[in-house]
Design a binder for this molecule. Sequence first.
Ligand code: CAA
Length: 257
Amino acid sequence: MSEAVIEKVDNDGMVRLTINRPKALNALNSEVLSALEAHLVELEAHPNLRAVLITGAGEKSFVAGADITEMREKTPEEARAFASQALRTIKRLETLPVPVVALVNGFCLGGGCELALACDWAVASDNAVFGQPEVLLGVIPGFGGTQRLPRRVGPAMAIDLVTTGRKIDAQEALRIGLVNRVMPQAELESYAEELTKQLKGNGPQSVRGAKQAVHDGMDQDLDSALALETSLFAFCFAGDEQKEGMSAFVEKRKPNF
Ligand code: CAA
């Protein structure tokens, strides 16, 4: 498989994907998108997948956008095909049945921000820079930014960002809810380790169920979404995880999921 995306999987199904094009600040070209999609197709079939962390190679950039050099000479039809490839790939990431977390280690611009928006949550290094600067290039966001950004930060802030193309720092990204946490770059690794440990300690099926309830419920009216939650909650009682988790509490020991 191409080295444009590096995958590390541990024995417990914790996966780290690294976009690996540091000389171009990990910009997303067709090769990177194909490599990412190939990994995601494999991960969709992974029976014991627990969580996915995604980051960029090097210390400067998460992803600095779609590849401008590659896009420069595209026709409208080619641009549509490129955006479709990216949207399909990003959707695969978003719909993995386990938590997907972006470790944003620097520039997170254009297509990079759109990739992070498809993750369940993002944590950023304090030197990270965010933005949708497409209007500076004579285009609009094409990898989902006009749709996922307002859903995450609200329409007013989204329209501010996509029409001015201004860049924001990690603290502003935190304030508007684009990222969950900000930390010094050197601490991103220990955060990843801590998160991995935490998720490994939880019931794998309940973690999947909790993500499914939020994701599927968001597209429904409140009453339907609450009914969905009840079904997924009741379904937990059909498996071993609930028996083990609750028995462990009563017996004052750690659960063994
Ligand atoms: N596409 C292609 N190459 C890129 C790139 C991109 N999005 N971003 C950076 N690079 C390349 C640069 O061309 C440069 O390559 P060379 O060394 O061969 O010249 C290399 O990465 C390093 O970049 P800089 O020298 O520019 O680094 P810097 O520290 O001076 O600046 C930066 C960093 C502010 C991120 C600057 O590179 C930049 O503005 N990049 C473009 C960001 C951008 O506009 N992203 C949106 C792209 S459009 C998009 O994503 C559309 C969409 O929704 C689908």
